[in-house]
Design a binder for this molecule. Structure first.
Ligand code: ADQ
Length: 483
């Protein structure tokens, strides 16, 4: 039976070796979270990097590691520490990530890391070629692997290959600054179908295709000599049932089974019943606008001093890419901002910001989503932003207000949220005030529409739509039909 091969930089589990014993921990992050439910159904194999470098894997444990990964339907690509450095921390996260999120000043263009990126993409392509059978469908994910489709196509011209980009595709004026822009586009064109979260990213991509490669584009089809590549937008959904069911179960838990975090949240709610919790959850990344959000929060408290001692901002930041200098600087900046704002504004009974720098178990995420009155997400750029969708899915009584940056891909589908420009502090302060004052009836009517939409267009539907479009494309391809 034909299988789907999913390829991404990281596997759905991360390996840890402790005193010779191997454990597999679920990966955090939008891609891992979203694709997990697709991967657990049907026949599929997930190929990716295990999270451990070759140097960290003792030779005698290799077979056990492969067996542990096989239990999770996964197979690893082996990378040396030097490769991880050049490919992941280098080209992926110091060139492409900042460039595609419009942080041009952070983008580094180094030939050595580009060379490593190419070599590592070839390793991923070779791993696919080794595992893929003739009729298998290949689904490549994200910006770390943009050359893989072409590399696989060269060896297996008839294979059905899809690619999905989880981050924004920038405008031509930004993308053209990349020295290897033509190679990247040509790598992606190895696919039969290229998917983006939004129509805007799709248009930006097609504009670069026309202007950099000079190819003919009609609607969302790109004409190559021997094939047509289709480009389309597929806004990624969440596993809606998982979040809403978890929230229902969570709310029916007897007090003694509640988490420590939940008890602490309850205690504060009981002591100040009219107080409001604002929540923000992100990976610690400059694209998420965390530092700006902290400054905006201070601005809000100064503009509306009546909310001092009445609101608390809970910031949960997941450690991310801490080997990249910009992330280290950002961590320092946030630590200092939280310290300064708390130091200046706190009273004996009130700490304005609760800051957690860690990954949290799923149960604690649910504690936070269900206990906070307002979710406040202010990315400066974000491909989609699944946290916004997860928050809405957990609001079982339909109360709660989502304040969302219009720069997040998810803002396109979440018009009933309060949309803000993350650079406009005046607007943000007024919007928080409006959210605090919003009558429950209005909250419920907004969330009702959002929930219905998120439930309908969930992650399973997203994956099925992508796969259906990919197989349609293959069936139209003359090379495939006459094979
Ligand atoms: P991310 O940048 O990682 O994803 P996001 O879409 O918000 O951003 O997903 C984060 C995921 O991590 C969520 O599912 C959330 O529940 C989980 N998470 C966040 N903080 C956590 C914590 N402290 N502990 C445990 N889990 C935590 C990239 C792109 C996004 C795009 C996704 C999917 O940058 O724009 O939405 O891929 O395509």
């Amino acid at each position: 039976m034909a299988k789907t091969i999913i390829i991404s930089n990281r596997l759905p589990v991360q390996l840890q070796i402790d005193n010779g014993s191997i454990s597999a921990i679920p990966s955090v992050g939008g891609l891992a979270t979203g694709m997990k439910s697709v991967h657990s159904e049907g026949e599929s194999l997930w190929i990716g990097w295990s999270g451990l470098t070759e140097e960290e894997i003792p030779e005698d444990l290799e077979d056990d590691i492969d067996a542990a990964l096989a239990e999770h339907g996964s197979s690893k690509v082996k990378l040396t520490a030097e490769e991880v450095d050049g490919f992941y921390y280098g080209f992926s996260n110091r060139t492409i990530w900042p460039l595609f999120h419009y942080f041009l000043e952070y983008s580094e263009f180094e030939l050595a890391s580009w060379e490593t990126y190419k070599a590592v993409n070839q390793k991923f392509a070779d791993a696919i070629l080794e595992k893929a059978d003739k009729d298998d469908i290949i689904w490549v994910h994200d910006y770390q692997l943009m050359l893989v489709p072409r590399m696989v196509r060269e060896k297996r011209p008839e294979t059905s290959i899809g690619f999905f980009l989880h981050i924004p595709f920038p405008s031509f004026e930004i993308f053209r600054t990349l020295p290897w822009r033509a190679e990247v586009l040509s790598g992606l064109l190895g696919s039969d179908l290229i998917g983006f979260h939004t129509y805007d990213y799709e248009r930006h991509f097609l504009s670069s295709i026309r202007r950099i490669l000079g190819l003919e584009v009609s609607f969302n089809d790109i004409y190559l000599d021997d094939r047509i590549v289709k480009v389309d937008s597929f806004p990624m959904g969440i596993d809606y049932a998982k979040f809403s069911e978890a929230a229902k179960t969570h709310q029916s838990l007897p007090k003694k089974e509640q988490s420590e975090l939940q008890r602490r949240l309850n205690k504060h709610k009981e002591s100040t019943p009219d107080a409001k919790f604002l929540l923000s959850i992100d990976r610690l990344d400059y694209s998420k606008g965390i530092a700006k959000r902290l400054n905006a929060y201070e601005y809000f408290l100064n503009k509306y001093p009546q909310y001092k001692e009445k609101v608390r901002l809970i910031i949960l930041a997941v450690p991310s890419r801490s080997n990249v200098p910009q992330y280290q600087l950002l961590k320092k900046e946030i630590d200092e901002l939280v310290g300064r704002i708390n130091g200046e504004l706190a009273t004996v009974s009130w700490t304005p910001i609760w800051y957690f720098y860690r990954s949290m178990p799923f149960e604690n995420l649910i504690d936070l989503y269900t206990s906070c009155d307002i979710a406040w997400l202010t990315p400066i750029r974000d491909g989609m932003n699944l946290v916004a969708k997860e928050y809405i899915a957990t609001r079982t009584d339909k109360t709660g207000v989502l304040i969302l940056s219009e720069m997040a891909g998810s803002a396109n589908e979440m018009n009933e949220a309060l949309l803000i420009n993350p650079n406009n502090f005046e607007q943000i302060a007024d919007t928080i005030h409006r959210a605090i004052q919003m009558p429950p009836k209005e909250q419920k009517s907004r969330n009702d529409v959002l929930q219905k939409r998120l439930e309908r267009y969930n992650v399973e539907k997203w994956a099925n739509d992508f796969m259906r479009s990919l197989t349609d494309q293959r069936d139209k391809d003359p090379a495939y039909v006459t094979r």
